[in-house]
Design a protein around this ligand. Structure first.
Ligand SMILES: [Zn+2]
Length: 175
């Protein structure tokens, strides 16, 4: 049992599906010592499909014993490298901007800094959007074949490579 949005009801008999799901959930919780996955409140004798402590909607679900999450985790690592490196570079390069705000004088080439900082911000935004898409599609990724999961992870490995190539290329081009 895990926290998750309630699955779409079967067409034709949504009421019946929900009733039996709740009945299964109640029967399961009556016979086990499960706690709420969010707030750890003991759920024995629960009468609705929501945690009485935190209000989280609960569903009973069948899962693989060992979820196929290798590709998903690899993708998270690759995208985190990209986000971390572009954010760090941005912080390091905004040092000159901070100096300008304090002293009123910009040390160095402000046009280069502007292009460089805007590129880093763009890279950061795109990376965060990819991260959001990747997390939202966790279940879909697990359902793919081994070959497709490897291919998806390989594409995610390209994100930091392209990110670094962009930063280094821009640096060479502008300096
Ligand atoms: Zn709870």
């Amino acid at each position: 049992m895990t926290e998750s949005p309630a699955p779409a009801p079967a067409p034709g008999a949504p009421g019946a599906t929900q009733t039996s799901e709740l009945a299964f959930l109640k029967a399961y919780l009556a016979a086990s010592d499960e706690v709420c996955p969010l707030c750890k409140y003991a759920l024995q004798g629960l009468t609705s499909n929501a945690c009485p402590e935190c209000g989280k909607v609960l569903v009973l679900r069948v899962e693989r014993k060992h979820p196929l999450r290798g590709a998903f985790i690899a993708g998270i690592v690759f995208i985190s490298i990209t986000i971390g490196s572009s954010a760090l570079t941005l912080v390091l390069y905004s040092f000159n901007l901070v100096t300008m705000l304090i002293t009123g004088q910009f040390p160095g080439d402000w046009q280069f800094e502007l292009v460089f900082d805007l590129t880093l911000i763009l890279e950061l935004v795109v990376s965060l959007m990819i991260l959001r898409w990747w997390i939202r599609n966790d279940g879909w990724i697990q359902r793919q074949t081994l070959f497709k999961r490897l291919r998806l992870a390989g594409r995610m490995a390209l994100v930091p490579i392209l990110g670094f190539a962009l930063i280094i290329g821009l640096f060479i081009l502008l300096t």
